[in-house]
Every structure is written in structure tokens, then in C-alpha cells.
Design a protein around this ligand. Structure first.
Ligand code: PGA
Length: 247
């Protein structure tokens, strides 16, 4: 399984940010060939440009969210088919910022993942505990519940990616210890194998939450960490490239 590094630009990026993408493309094509699949998830306004501009350097475009329905009266929303039409191959669903800001439940997330699969996209399904849940010793049970409800049965036949992102590590500069990451990723692998058998062994499990050039090598080296979902550090080509190169 080749590792996958996805950059999540969140609500950041204007036309001039495509300069960073050009710089990333330059780094990726002049240096040693990356060992990871490289996905960039810009805001929807830049998706088509990222897909077009990234293609020649192997950068794959992804969306940050999609609606569960294919079309209709949903002002401001974007369907999975629209993302695919704009050139996306992946879409993040269930990011904790969506779960919090938009009260998305795991049932909603599962419906979005199903819509993504239906449009030929690979959903990156996010799970992760809050700090108080971890302090209460509930991290593994919370994540297990999110996995069970957020991953559609269609994952049996279609590619999905899981991203473990402890909510308290996102944008904070704090990360779990390597032992904690290892324990959680092993627990997720066990759940996936229980539910999907051999196929569950092949589902990538990304780590996300303050993944930086300084900690990427050790975190990405943990067993059952099959790549990363990178927020802040994906905005600068140099930093994102360093993380990609750490694979
Ligand atoms: P961060 O964000 O790397 O800025 O912590 C990760 C994410 O939210 O995907």
C-alpha cells in the first residue's frame, strides 16, 4: 500500500496561492520521486485550477466536503458529482470542523461518503476524540463508534481512506505520543479487519493533527500509519514537500 499525504487547505487560498502549488510541483518533479500519493484539497473555488495545474506533477485534487445528495435545493452546498466534474479524485468527509461547525453526525458523514463513492470519488473519512474524551479514557471507544457509523458498507468494494485526527491536536501544535498514535492506529486497523476482513487490512489509515516537517518522520514511521492529513503545514510548498519527503 503506497502511503498517501493529503493537504487540507481549509478556508485558505486565493488565486495567488496557486503559486505555492507551482512551487510544490517544481519540488516534486525536480527532487527524488515521492514515495507517497500526493493529494491537495483546496477550497472549492480553486479545485478545478488545482486539478488542472497539478496533473503534470502527479498532484491529485480533492474536495473538503460534499453534500449527501446528487443535486437539488441546497444553497451553498456542493455535490460529490460536482467535485468529480471539477477534477477531484478524493473528498474529505467528517472533518471535526464540519462535525462541530455544522453539527454533522456520523450518519451524515456516512451518507456523504456513500455519495462520494457513487460519484467515483475516494472519501477520506475523518474520526477523532476530543481532549475531554481522551482524558476520560474514552478515546478508543469514541473512535470505534465513529468508525462503525461513518464508514459505509460500500467500503467492502470501494476504496475509502480513514483519517485519525484527535480534535485536540488539530491546529494546536500538540500531538499524541508515538505510543498513543500506535495504539490508536492498531485499534482502528483491528476494527477495520473485523468488519471488512482482508480488505480492512488494505484501507489506509492517515494520521492528522499538527503534522509538521519536524515530527513527520517519526509519526509517519509508526506501524499502521499509512500517511497523513496535513492542515497548516500544507499551505507552504516547502513544508508540505518536507512532510511528503519524510515518507
Ligand atoms: P493541522 O490540521 O495540521 O493544522 O493541525 C489538520 C487537519 O485539520 O486536517
Amino acid at each position: 500500500m503506497s502511503p498517501l499525504i493529503a493537504g487540507n487547505w481549509k478556508m485558505n487560498g486565493l488565486t495567488h496561492s496557486l503559486d505555492e502549488l507551482s512551487e510544490l510541483a517544481r519540488l516534486l518533479t525536480t527532487g527524488e520521486a515521492p514515495r507517497a500519493l500526493v493529494v491537495v484539497c483546496p477550497p472549492a473555488t480553486l479545485l478545478a485550477a488545482v486539478a488542472a495545474q497539478g496533473a503534470s506533477s502527479g498532484i491529485i485534487a480533492g474536495g473538503q466536503d460534499c453534500h449527501a445528495n446528487a443535486s437539488g435545493a441546497h444553497t451553498g452546498d456542493i455535490s460529490a458529482g460536482m467535485l468529480a466534474d471539477a477534477g477531484a479524485q478524493y473528498v474529505i468527509v467528517g472533518h471535526s470542523e464540519r462535525r462541530n461547525d455544522h453539527a454533522e453526525t456520523s450518519d451524515t458523514v456516512r451518507a456523504k461518503a456513500e455519495a462520494a463513492i457513487g460519484s467515483g470519488l475516494k472519501p477520506i473519512i475523518c474520526v477523532g476524540e476530543t481532549e475531554s474524551q481522551r482524558d476520560a479514557g474514552e478515546a478508543e471507544s469514541v473512535v470505534a463508534g465513529q468508525l462503525a457509523a461513518s464508514i459505509p458498507d460500500a467500503a467492502e468494494q470501494h476504496e475509502v481512506i480513514v483519517a485519525y485526527e484527535p480534535v485536540w491536536a488539530i491546529g494546536t501544535g500538540r500531538t499524541p505520543t508515538l505510543d498513543e498514535i500506535s495504539q490508536m492506529h492498531n485499534a482502528i486497523r483491528a476494527r477495520l479487519a473485523d468488519r471488512f476482513g482482508e480488505r480492512g487490512e488494505t484501507i489506509r489509515i492517515l494520521y492528522g493533527g499538527s503534522l509538521k516537517p519536524q515530527n513527520a518522520r517519526e509519526i509517519l514511521g509508526v506501524d499502521n500509519v499509512n500517511g497523513g492529513l496535513v492542515g497548516g503545514a500544507s499551505l507552504l510548498a516547502k513544508d508540505f514537500y518536507t512532510i511528503i519527503s519524510a515518507v
